[in-house]
Design a protein around this ligand. Sequence first.
Ligand code: G4P
Length: 295
Amino acid sequence: MDNVRMIQWFPGHMSKTRRMIKSNLSSVDAIVEILDARIPMSSQNPEMEGLIGDKPRMLLLNKKDMADDRMTTKWIDYFKSRDILSIPLDCKTGRGVKAFLPTIKNQLLKDLVQSRNDKGMVGRPIRVMIVGIPNVGKSSFINRMANSKRTKVEDRPGVTRLKQWVSLGESVEMLDMPGVLWPKFEDQDIAHNLAYTGAIKDDVIDIEAVSMRLLKSLSKSYPESLIERYKIEINDGDDGKVLLEKVGRKRGMLLPGGVVNTERASATVLDEFRSAKLGRITLELPPDGESDGNK
Ligand code: G4P
């Protein structure tokens, strides 16, 4: 199968979240959307701009430690060119996190803070809503900011995760919203990007098809990463299947009869991509960037 299997993404849950975002908009001053720096476009909720209207919004490009720095800079510039504030972060180590509060207070909500100060409304907290797809790092971010470990409730259908307010001190409060994916993916590149990075869980995708497509894409955009990691040769006409077999053979993943165990090889490729063992990779360029394949 060449495509990520299409499933209906718990539409009930999705519309509930959409309703929650809408009904809580009036109680927040801004929206903070956490994106995956490796896929800043694919990890955005395409409905967000329409949902939030003219509420101030900023983007956090999380997992910057796994993304290609050069590309992250291009993305930040791109968002800036669209008048959208964005900052790169690594919530695993906390790098970049300290820029968050000053950016909210001194840039995104500068006028609001000023006008509240002018009116003597000292002590009224700034309230922000945190949104982002599953696995993007919402809990990690909030735990870092709140400086306390909270129990993580899984983002999956059937698991109710209630919205919650988290106080950050410094008179900022955050409303944590459940992470959701949108109900269907019309764009196969987006669906695949979400599968590569693990936002879509492996039990609903064909991991062999997905890893073959990832290998094919990386053979164009980051061939040196594959060559270095797997010690394989890449030829012009190699498709994903050929590349996967090369990887499996190099790793000695063979079935009786010398056939490559492509299932094992697929799991290895996805696992190594997700843990950045293939290096720091960004899978998509900003729309206006010069394009050379996927990079
Ligand atoms: P969520 O609430 O949005 O669903 O995401 P969560 O914070 O649970 O993060 C999902 C996974 O991503 C976690 O890994 C987390 O450690 C990792 N992560 C979050 N931010 C970053 C980052 O900036 N860089 C890197 N490299 N990883 C990040 P996990 O394997 O599920 O758990 P664990 O490794 O923390 O045990």
